[in-house]
Design a protein around this ligand. Sequence first.
Ligand SMILES: C[S@@+](CC[C@H](N)C(=O)[O-])C[C@H]1O[C@@H](n2cnc3c(N)ncnc32)[C@H](O)[C@@H]1O
Length: 231
Amino acid sequence: MDDFDQRRAHRRSEELFRYHTEDLDRPDSFVLFDKEWVLLDGVFSPAVTPATRLFTSWLPYPAGGRFLEIGPGAGVTAVTAAVSGCASVTAVDISRAAVENTRRNAELHGVAGIVRARHGDLFEPLEESERFDLIFWNSNFVETAPDAVNETELHHAFYDPGFLAHRRFLAEAPGRLAEGGRLLLGFSDIGSWKSLRRLCSELGLVIDVLRTERLDLDDPVELQLLELRPR
Ligand SMILES: C[S@@+](CC[C@H](N)C(=O)[O-])C[C@H]1O[C@@H](n2cnc3c(N)ncnc32)[C@H](O)[C@@H]1O
């Protein structure tokens, strides 16, 4: 990523972050996929960018299979996976508010028995033996300096200092897949492609771009669904 891309990434993420923290009219619910969803304070809002809607509608949910979502936020993707026929959905978020939000929306949509929401850092709250047919993270793809600190839970929705969470995700996720399982990442052209490429090359992973959509903003941004496969 060159300096221009870095500036673009930070401009866009700061704009989104400000919306989440300064908009006094931020609604406590929103409608998506013809459903009403609860939105708690401090949780990434699926109503502000099309990212949640696009990734949720693009994912190849394994019917009858096990889906792991890292970072469910308000829980739209996790609930949709359950409604779409996944036998079990595990959703792990580093934000306590996001975990509570996912539980609330799973209850609201009648899938609390399928969606298991856990608080924690990536794979840390899972049993060692658990394996999944699909693992997905709509990640905090804006890289900040390695010594930067995510001061609030909401910072984790946007920023990954030193791309260290991505490093751990890419290193550990392949070992969490069942045979034939797939590893997908919700990313963007303002994400740190330079670090992503370097990490994948170090870890022996190949990146396939499955789908993209360009958002018609003043400064256009492309959302990208990526698949990571062993080389
Ligand atoms: C871009 S938001 C996406 C939220 C939701 N999936 C959506 O599409 O609306 C990224 C999510 O990842 C979570 N997250 C960031 N770092 C994490 C980590 N190390 N472990 C678990 N969740 C993390 C954030 O708290 C946030 O909920």
